[in-house]
Write a protein of this length. Structure first.
Length: 229
């Protein structure tokens, strides 16, 4: 799932230099071209995309906030390693929270909501085809938010938001390890939408949404084992 290695110069009329640098570096990380622990050479990237080092440095600060890059003594900016344990623990908790919230919301979703979910799922498919991983994750977040925000339980919503914020620190780098999982996720979304349309038992909806998240954990653990063997 690699992008074309040909370097594309900065499209100055359509995107800011900093944003382009952000997308360029993050895509390199998400595609696996930049691996955990690899040093980010600012001058080299500036040359590759045809800009000064200033937007590169600004982009790196944003990527550091997102958890994709960290600064290390004597090395400077390097690609962050994924905290495997933290990722699994957070996703395990959010699978339970979102599963329950989705069941509570199921009968409150309107036809307009369901149409929006289908549209978002198609947009995720297109984003994946274009290697737009940041957009993919934003759409994925919106997809699930539309579902559970109608649960009517403010405490539950607060807990989901707090847990989601912790997950956001590391989730953006996860699909580079699990490209097949990203595609499967879209298929599972379609099944979840169908369950809503059919007014499936709430227990079934809760189970499927929870399993949707757990499937990512399973794929992640499998990939980690393969890397270590």
């Amino acid at each position: 799932m690699k992008k074309n290695s040909n370097v594309k110069k900065l499209p100055k009329t359509t995107i800011s230099k900093t944003q382009y640098a952000y997308e360029y570096i993050s895509t390199k990380i998400l595609d696996g071209d930049f691996v955990p622990g690899q040093r980010i050479i600012i001058d080299q990237i500036a040359k590759e995309i045809g800009t000064s080092t200033i937007p590169i440095r600004e982009a790196i600060r944003n990527l550091e906030s997102d958890g994709l890059i960290e600064y290390k003594a004597y090395s400077g900016a390097v690609v962050s390693a994924i905290n495997e344990t933290e990722y699994i623990e957070i996703l395990s908790v959010i699978s339970v929270l979102e599963g329950y919230a989705s069941a509570l919301s199921a009968r409150k979703l309107t036809e307009k909501n369901l149409n929006e979910l289908m549209k978002l799922n198609e947009q995720m498919h297109q984003a994946l085809k274009q290697f737009e991983f940041e957009k993919f994750n934003q759409l994925n977040r919106k997809f699930h938010t539309i579902i559970f925000e109608k649960c009517g339980n403010n405490f539950l919503l607060d807990e989901i938001e707090r847990t989601q914020q912790r997950l956001d620190r590391i989730r953006r780098s996860i699909f580079t390890l699990l490209p097949e999982r990203a595609r499967q996720s879209i298929e599972e979304h379609q099944l979840i939408i169908q369950l809503f349309k059919e007014n499936a038992p709430l227990s079934k909806i809760e189970e499927e949404v929870r399993q949707h998240r757990i499937n990512t954990i399973i794929a992640f653990q499998k990939q980690m084992r393969n890397k270590k063997n």
